[in-house]
Design a protein. Structure first.
Length: 264
């Protein structure tokens, strides 16, 4: 009988597997850790740069939502006030979703190396495509622009409400279209679905509940409008399309180089 690997034996093997991909290796499934760190640091540095302060006039977007019968901002914001037991969970959901992003990225990196490159590229492209939208459409969230909306995250913030009081600095990323809370949550759902879709197709559907919950939270806390969420869905779809084209072009390039090397 072959002995089952112990937990203490799994950790060194996972570390060895993570180190096994050479920095410029062509055959390794998993990208080198140094490349991963460099890409993620680049995205963080780009997002850390200030963008134009979100304007305080969101009347045009509110008018569009009214015309489309999507003006549910006040109704959604009243829901936590009428059900106080939901406030703390909503604030934790709102503030700690970054941990889910890191967890999904690490999980795919370790357990699904063949899928990691694609989902990482979608993450990076999503971040880069969001930047011009921030600059082109600086927009105040409902908690700043809609009379009667309560800033629930500021009143019950586990981080001290810092993010809700930095509008004048132009660095409040939560004040812009699209909703990056929703966009990152959608990416988490996509990454987990993409990694599980072949072996566990039924289980792969469950990660999409995370962005659905985030959409409800950002509406209830006054962070975003319905159209902000729609913008996030569009952003992810465009990012996936860009990466798909990127992958096809890269595959054609590799095939062309192989044919040139094997040609007599």
């Amino acid at each position: 009988m072959i002995p089952r690997p112990t937990a203490s034996g799994r950790v060194p093997r996972l570390v060895a597997r993570a180190r096994s991909a050479p920095l410029a290796g062509r055959t390794a499934e998993r990208p080198a850790p140094l490349v991963e760190v460099a890409v993620l640091l680049l995205v963080i540095l780009v997002f850390a740069r200030p963008h134009p302060a979100a304007g305080t006039d969101a009347a045009a977007l509110q008018a569009v939502e009214r015309a489309l019968h999507l003006d549910i901002t006040l109704a959604a914001n009243r829901w936590p006030a009428e059900h106080p037991v939901l406030i703390k969970p909503a604030v934790y959901y709102d503030r700690l979703y970054h941990l889910v992003i890191v967890g999904v990225l690490v999980r795919v990196f370790v357990r699904h190396p063949g899928d990691h490159v694609r989902v990482r590229r979608v993450l990076v492209v999503t971040a880069l495509l969001a930047l011009p939208v921030f600059w082109a459409l600086p927009l105040s969230p409902p908690r700043f622009a809609v009379p009667g909306v309560v800033d629930i995250a500021a009143e019950h913030d586990i981080l001290g409400g810092e993010a809700s009081h930095t509008l004048a600095t132009g660095r409040n990323l939560y004040s812009a279209m699209p909703s990056m809370h929703t966009a990152w949550s959608l990416w988490c759902g996509y990454a987990a679905w993409y990694a599980l879709r072949t072996r566990h197709p039924r289980l792969a559907v469950l990660p999409w509940l995370f962005p659905l919950g985030m959409a409800a939270v950002v509406l209830a806390t006054g962070n975003h409008y319905v159209l902000d969420i729609a913008g996030s869905v569009t952003l992810l779809l465009v990012s996936i399309a860009v990466v798909s084209v990127w992958d096809r072009l890269a595959a054609r390039g590799r095939a062309r180089r192989r044919s040139l090397r094997t040609a007599p």
